[in-house]
Design a protein around this ligand. Structure first.
Ligand code: FES
Length: 106
């Protein structure tokens, strides 16, 4: 199953268990962290699920950024190279050990 570390906007570090094929956004929300607003429910029209994902352990890579996700992130004032929409990143065990930061609120 594996776990990741979530860093909240207040800087609190929380260990969360992954769930296979479930988007990070849903896992974070199901843990009760509603500062990740995810207003559109994962249909990629809000960007309120913006996170920064640190480099993966062991040289693993994330699923490639698609053009629609890229365009949504471009609209953010807080975009960084590590930015992703957490609704577009499904959990897989290879992500175990990664750190995910909730991006600032727009
Ligand atoms: S939840 Fe709206 S874009 Fe991810």
């Amino acid at each position: 199953m594996g776990k990741f570390t979530l860093i909240t906007r207040a800087g609190e570090a929380i260990q969360i268990a992954g769930r296979a094929d479930v988007p990070l956004m849903e896992i974070i929300r199901d843990e009760g962290h509603d500062e990740l607003m995810a207003m559109c429910g994962g249909c990629m029209s809000c960007a309120t699920c913006h996170v920064y994902i640190d480099d993966l352990p062991n040289g693993q890579t994330l699923p490639e950024l698609g053009p629609d996700e890229d365009a949504m992130l471009d609209a953010s004032d807080y975009r960084k190279p590590s930015s992703r929409l957490s609704c577009q990143v499904p959990w897989r065990d290879e992500l175990s050990g990664v750190t995910v930061h909730i991006a600032p609120e727009e």
